[in-house]
Design a protein around this ligand. Structure first.
Ligand code: B1M
Length: 209
């Protein structure tokens, strides 16, 4: 019941009610991972409703706010032990793309895996990725997220610019986001693609080893 309540509140964008509902579900013994999955499923419904024209951008935005509130409550249960000992990871959503929930989850899981995360946010110009690496040359991984088919070219251009940098051999490049595939990652010359936040953290550890 609590799980369905969380799903329903996120779908309806009830940001003020979501934290208490998530806490209630946790108190009742629901798994944090399952609660995250139900919120991601709620966002899929929101996305479908947007596609079908039954809701518009503002409703998508308030649903995103509701999910973020829920993730805040889940965070201590999903991620722990941030030490930074494994090195630095630069992460951002590429230019033109404002979606950050998935990127934030990836950042959270990577941090929890033991990395220090430098989060550049959303709509990150190529130069910001390059400059941040140059300011932090001990960075192990640059992780780029793209959520729109229309920002896949920006991801491609970002990776191309990194691939041309003199320091390219010293850093690994990870990519991800709903429209990205292994095939696309291979085509654009990224070192790794992962479909979700948990596998991104696992892959980051492998790449940094
Ligand atoms: Co937008 N949006 N949106 N949106 N939005 C989608 C993505 C869409 C699929 C909805 C739909 O039509 N069904 C669609 C894209 C279609 C396409 O690309 N062909 C879409 C559209 C069209 C748009 C606009 C163009 C709408 C408009 O203005 N007409 C516009 C674009 C704005 C822009 O970016 N320039 C827009 C705007 C927005 C809001 C700002 C309102 C809001 C985002 C708010 C925010 O993020 N702070 C929003 C939302 C909320 C969505 C949906 C509903 C939810 C996104 C989300 O957070 N999902 C989305 C539909 C959907 O996803 N089902 C939709 C949950 C999140 C956990 O999943 O981000 O996929 P995701 O992350 C996953 C994986 O992808 C992966 O890990 C995460 C899970 O563990 N992952 C990585 C992500 N990054 C990774 C990096 C990695 C590895 C894995 O390594 C580096």
């Amino acid at each position: 019941m609590s799980m369905e309540k969380v799903n329903d509140l996120v779908t309806r964008g009830k940001a003020k009610l979501v934290p208490a509902a998530v806490q209630e579900a946790l108190d009742e013994g629901c798994e944090a991972g399952a609660l995250l999955d139900t919120m991601i499923a709620a966002m899929d419904v929101v996305g479908e409703n947007f596609k079908n024209g039954t809701i518009f951008v503002p409703e998508m935005l308030i649903a995103a706010k509701a999910m973020k509130k829920g993730v805040e409550v889940l965070k201590p249960h999903l991620a722990s032990g941030a030490s930074g000992a494994l090195g630095k990871v630069i992460i951002g959503t590429v230019a033109g793309d404002l979606h950050d929930i998935g990127k934030n989850l990836v950042a959270m899981m990577i941090e929890s895996a033991g990395f220090e995360v430098i989060d550049l946010g959303v709509d990150v110009p190529i130069e910001n990725f390059l400059r941040t690496y140059e300011e932090n040359p001990d960075t192990k991984i640059i992780a780029c997220s793209a959520l729109l088919t229309t920002t896949m070219p920006a991801l491609q251009q970002t990776v191309a610019a990194i691939n041309e940098a003199s320091w390219r051999s010293k850093v690994k490049v990870m990519v991800g986001g709903a429209p990205i595939t292994q095939e696309f990652a291979d085509t654009i010359g990224a070192d790794a693609y992962t479909p979700d936040a948990a596998s991104a953290a696992k892959k980051a550890k492998e790449l940094a080893a």
